[in-house]
Design a protein around this ligand. Structure first.
Ligand SMILES: [Mn+2]
Length: 327
């Protein structure tokens, strides 16, 4: 197998080589792909170029601690940094760069392109994860691939493709994964615990969702979770949104949506998944975005939530009816 280095990978590597200070950021409310790509790239650059200052910024998440530690130091005195944004297409969702003086941006992302203006833009919606892209960047250049870096990248790839199950998984995804395992001699089966071990209370909470999901017209399913329920099951708002992929492959609906009232952060969080209808265009209208079949948003009011649910239901019902016609 011959792997052809993409020109954009060389351009990114040149920027990394050129700058003495590099700040690596990703989206707010990070998922494993965001946090793992960020830490893997930081650790790889730091090991390849020990003289450089490389910081991974943003708010940490306790349950992702084992992936590595974010840099908490003040960077307001750093001038002329290179900012590398990962797994995020819009500037407003980049976490932790409020006081940063950066000179140029390199963006590496697999979401549909939005407003980030990068001097080098590697945006590829055909990639299943940002970790897949960072893995290629590292393996196709002289950036160091150690076991810790490889483990993080593998976890991000597995997580964002839902164990190579989602439609964004391609032959290339498997090629990068195989290469990553081979080149780092990664013992990957032991890593799955990190992603999938969970307390029994979460399974009980999943049963609550199963028993309380509203299904409309064999097309659309949704549930609204309030703070009392979160407390009763001892789970947080992120647990709800992380659970949404477990409801794939259910014959009774093509679009499903979890709404959670996150009192702690004073916001309404919505996760949406689809087996057909394009949902990110709807999520975009309610302070959100994401992928065609996997999106999220943050409506401001209950009224907005209800409008969103109505739009999603209509999209689902319409999809089902056209599918029936074409059968
Ligand atoms: Mn991602």
């Amino acid at each position: 197998m011959v792997f052809i280095t993409k020109p954009v990978i060389n351009q990114i590597f040149k920027k990394i080589k050129k700058y003495n200070s590099i700040i690596i950021a990703r989206h707010v409310s990070p998922d494993p792909d965001a946090i793992a790509s960020q830490l893997a790239l930081r650790d790889s650059i730091a090991e390849t170029f020990p003289e450089k200052k490389v910081l991974a910024v943003g708010v940490g998440v306790a349950k992702f601690k084992s992936y590595g530690v974010l840099d908490k130091q003040d960077y307001s005195n750093i001038k002329d940094a290179l900012l590398i944004t990962l797994d995020v297409p819009n500037m407003s969702r980049v976490d932790g760069i409020e006081n940063l003086n950066y000179k140029e941006i390199v963006n590496i992302d697999h979401h549909p392109k939005e407003d980030i203006k990068a001097v080098v833009e590697w945006n590829d919606v055909t990639c299943s994860s940002t970790c897949q892209m960072v893995a290629e960047l590292i393996m196709d250049t002289r950036l160091v691939l150690n076991k810790k870096v490889a483990a993080n990248l593998f976890l991000g790839m597995v997580s964002d493709s839902d164990r190579f199950l989602l439609k964004n998984t391609t032959a290339h995804t498997f090629e990068v994964a195989a290469r990553l395992i081979r080149e780092s001699e990664l013992d990957f089966p032991v890593l799955y615990d990190k992603l999938y071990i969970r307390p029994f209370s979460e399974i009980k909470f999943q049963a609550y969702i199963i028993n309380n999901l509203t299904i409309i017209d064999n097309a659309f399913a949704y549930i609204k979770i309030n703070d009392d329920i979160l407390k009763e099951y001892n789970v947080d708002a992120a647990t709800v949104t992380n659970m949404i992929n477990n409801f794939n492959f259910i014959d009774d609906f093509v679009v499903w949506c979890f709404v959670v009232n996150d009192v702690k952060n004073n916001q309404i969080k919505v996760s949406i998944r689809s087996r057909g209808p394009i949902v990110n265009v709807i999520a975009n209208k309610y302070n959100g975005g994401g992928h065609k079949l996997a999106s999220g948003c943050r409506p401001k009011t209950d009224e907005e939530v209800n409008k969103l649910l109505e739009e999603l239901k209509n999209a689902a019902v319409e999809y089902i009816s056209t599918e029936k016609v074409s059968e």
